[in-house]
Each structure stands twice: as structure tokens, then as C-alpha cells.
Design a protein around this ligand. Structure first.
Ligand code: 6GU
Length: 246
């Protein structure tokens, strides 16, 4: 997979040299390009923002540098619905989920455009949408100063789902959210530590009983911490969605 990131803080993404994703890059599974938006400016101060039309607080990112940098990344020959998928992290976007990470992990080219300040001129989204698929994606219902942290989280969640990035693919299955539930608690040696014992069933060697215990623990934890994950009611119709898979 090819990943391009546009940002005014390219150093922010230096950490992608290390850990699992760094290894995946060395192995050629992930190809990463980080682009400094300021390199696409033409004025002496390398200006990327300006005051909003219509007034209001804060600054808005100007369209011209975005147009320049995206011209360099998007292939003019690509059909809009083939080619790269362009993602703009935004608190106004659809919420990023494990299901979306799985879907995005099947793409061959992702482009992330990190906004700062009060956002990016709307015409950047509109123009980009004439030549590529565009999605606005939010990490959740809270406000970050810019898209960089969100992109880091998305790249990690997506990257680890690309075949070959995580050594043992089984470790991808038994995780929170993969089956729609939170994961069960886990334990390792010693069997007794500071007066706290590992649940005896996990030492029993009875794989069926262990699987049943884990399932119960998942359901109990999900009911307690994230009841919204269990057949949430549709806000308008009150209709129950499909239950998490078993
Ligand atoms: Cl993707 N961007 C920003 N700036 N804030 C956020 C977010 C994204 N997701 C949640 N809050």
C-alpha cells in the first residue's frame, strides 16, 4: 500500500520509521510519502492560512497550496472512482471504526490531508472530489488541534491490518472490536501474584470451557463499559441493528 500524508508538521510522522509500521516500510509492504504543505507555497512567509470570509474566529487554510501539493500526488490520468482515496481528518467527518480500518486496509493508495486552524477552504474538498474519492473522517467526538494525531491513529489501525505487517494474523482476531465486542481480560505467569490468582478455568486446559469463559467475560465487559455496542437502537426508528457476530 502507498500512503501519502500532507501536513505542515512533517517531522510529526518521523515516528513511523519505528515499530511494526517501520518494519513494514523496510519490507516494502507500506510505502510512505510525507509532504510539507509549505513547500507548495510561493510567498516569502510560506503562508498556508488566511482570515475566513464571512468573519469568525481563527484562520482557514488557503486552497492554492493544497491544490499544488495534491496535483503532485494525484495522477491526472486516474479515473475519479479508481485511483487513490483521499481522506481529510475532520471532527465534522464520519467516525473512524474498526470496520472502516478493515475497508481502508484493502485500498492500494491512501492520501491523508491534515488540516490545522479552523479547517481547510471547502473548495479543496470539492475540487479534489472531481478527481478522486474523498472522505472526511473523525476520530471521535472531541476536538484536536489538527489532523496529524488522527492520521497517526488511522495509519496505525489500517497498517496493522495489511497482510504481513502483524507477524501472527491470529492476534488480529482476538481483539477488542474485531467481533463487535470488547476483548476478555488476559493473564500470564505467575498464576498467583500479590494475592491475586489467575481465574482457575484458564489453567484447566479445557479449551471449550476457556472459550465459553472468554465469551462471557467479553459480553459482561461490553454490557458494563460499552452497552452502545450491543444491538444499539436506531435513533429515529428505534429499530435494533444487527447484533455483534458470534
Ligand atoms: Cl480527524 N481532526 C480534528 N482536528 N479533531 C478531531 C478529529 C479529527 N477527530 C476527532 N477530533
Amino acid at each position: 500500500m502507498r500512503i501519502d500524508i500532507v501536513t505542515i508538521f512533517p517531522e510529526f510522522f518521523d515516528v513511523l520509521d519505528i515499530s511494526l509500521l517501520g518494519k513494514a516500510r523496510q519490507a516494502g509492504i507500506i510505502e510512505l510519502g510525507v509532504h510539507n504543505l509549505r513547500d507548495a507555497t510561493t510567498d516569502r512567509h510560506r503562508t498556508v492560512d488566511d482570515t475566513p470570509y464571512g468573519g469568525g474566529a481563527g484562520m482557514v487554510m488557503k486552497p492554492e497550496p493544497w491544490g499544488e501539493v495534491l496535483d503532485g500526488i494525484l495522477d491526472a490520468d486516474d479515473e475519479p472512482d479508481a485511483g487513490p482515496l483521499v481522506i481529510f481528518p475532520s471532527p465534522a467527518g464520519e467516525v473512524f471504526t474498526q470496520a472502516m480500518a478493515r475497508e481502508l486496509a484493502t485500498e492500494s493508495h491512501l492520501v491523508f490531508g491534515c488540516g490545522r486552524y479552523e479547517g481547510i477552504d471547502q473548495r479543496v474538498f470539492d475540487h479534489t472530489a472531481t478527481r478522486a474519492r474523498v472522505r472526511l473522517v473523525s476520530l471521535g467526538d472531541y476536538v484536536l488541534n489538527g489532523g496529524e494525531v488522527a492520521v497517526m491513529a488511522m495509519v496505525e489501525a489500517i497498517g496493522r491490518l495489511i497482510p504481513g505487517v502483524v507477524g501472527n494474523p491470529h492476534s488480529l482476531v482476538e481483539e477488542s472490536h474485531e467481533d463487535g465486542l470488547l476483548e476478555a481480560p488476559s493473564y500470564t505467569k505467575p498464576a498467583s501474584w500479590r494475592g491475586l490468582d489467575v481465574p482457575p478455568i484458564l489453567l484447566s486446559g479445557n479449551h471449550g470451557a476457556i472459550a465459553a469463559w472468554r465469551r462471557d467475560a467479553q459480553l459482561e465487559r461490553t454490557r458494563r463499559v460499552r452497552p452502545d455496542l450491543l444491538a444499539p437502537a436506531d435513533e429515529k426508528t428505534g429499530e435494533k441493528k444487527e447484533s455483534p457476530s458470534t
